[in-house]
Design a protein around this ligand. Sequence first.
Ligand code: HEC
Length: 142
Amino acid sequence: MKLNKIGLFIFVAFLMVFVVACGGGGDSSSSGGGGSESAPPTDVPAAPVGDAAKGEELFNSTCIACHGQGGVGIEGLGKSIPESEFVRGKSDEELLAFIKVGRPTSDPENTTGVDMPPKGGNPALTDEDIVDIIAYFRTLQQ
Ligand code: HEC
């Protein structure tokens, strides 16, 4: 019995040392865990780009009257988009800004003597719609 009591004491003492050690270990592992929380997040989605298929539909309802089927241009009306160095050389943001204001005949940069109306004359077009049309233009230029 005496031995058992000593054994129990040693056991309890050992248990306490173990718990304390574990507690200390827990602290250090939780700070290690903090380090792992800074692991890089999953893929960040790419900048939104227009939907060329939707852009083609919008082009066919608003711009085709002057720019023609496939944007090839119509003599005396809109210019060719596939051949346009202007479209090729501008960023999507610049084209969006351009299409919103158009290029009236009063603009010294006007090359045809015909108005390019703001938003092609369709004020209902949103920025998103125009970005879709620009995505369609990019497919025409490839
Ligand atoms: C009423 C006819 C008309 C409509 C409709 C029209 N455009 Fe135009 N667009 C023009 C004309 C004319 C020009 C050329 C202006 C000039 O002389 O520089 C032009 C030029 C452009 C250019 C610049 C091309 C270049 O090489 O300089 C872009 C881009 C363009 N239009 C996009 C559009 C889009 C997008 C739409 C539909 C939302 C649209 N246009 C609707 C007449 C039109």
